[in-house]
Design a protein around this ligand. Structure first.
Ligand code: IMP
Ligand code: MG
Length: 176
């Protein structure tokens, strides 16, 4: 749809691959118990697919479930309210949970998911985001694992969209 010549590469495919491998090693080092990885759909699907395979290479065998939360809608600004669009099916009780998301911005999405799973009895809920926009936090949450710091600009690609397009790009780009 959108003209790809207006997109500038912010983080290359090669840099993403390298960082994901080291993130998987960092995650394996904490020795999680009965690990359940939960990507927050939709934006994290590509990151999750690569990170989960890297986790396998790092010696982990997590279960995987998906949750879909909606706080962003079609707008470029967060609406401030989080809804569960699709819930997980497994019990999280007494398990170590790793939530994956594409970007931490206001923090509302991840804080909501973390509180939800803690309230359901998870042994621990850790969070891992590919990108962190450091100056946009509206709620208090510090991710346990961060791929890259991200400038306060709207990014696309590597699963992240603008109105459902540009998810297919194998790199993280900025629309200019
Ligand atoms: P938060 O609840 O404000 O932290 O919003 C995080 C969610 O907003 C992410 O999971 C993304 O889906 C979306 N988001 C935030 N910034 C961007 C961006 O620059 N590009 C695409 N999606 C974004
Ligand atoms: Mg998202």
């Amino acid at each position: 749809m959108t003209n790809k010549s207006t997109i500038q590469v912010l983080i290359s495919e090669e840099d993403i691959t390298k960082r994901i491998q080291s993130l998987a090693v960092e995650i394996a080092a904490i020795n999680p118990r009965k690990l359940l990885v939960i990507p927050v759909l939709k934006g994290s699907f590509m990151f999750a697919a690569d990170l989960i395979r890297a986790m396998h290479r790092a010696g982990l065998s997590p279960d995987v479930e998906f949750i879909q939360l909606s706080s962003y809608r079609k707008a470029k600004v967060s609406s401030g309210q989080v809804d569960i669009v699709k819930d997980i099916e497994s019990s999280v009780e007494d398990r170590d949970i790793l939530l994956l998301d594409d970007i931490l911005e206001s923090g509302r999405t991840l804080a909501y998911a973390k509180d939800l799973l803690s309230a359901r009895g998870a042994a621990s809920v850790l969070t891992c985001v590919l990108l962190e926009k450091p100056h946009k936090r509206a709620v208090q949450i510090t991710p346990d694992f961060v791929g890259f710091e991200c400038p306060d600009q709207f990014v696309v690609g590597y699963g992240m969209d603008v109105a459902h397009s540009l998810r297919e790009l194998p790199f993280v780009g900025i629309m200019i």
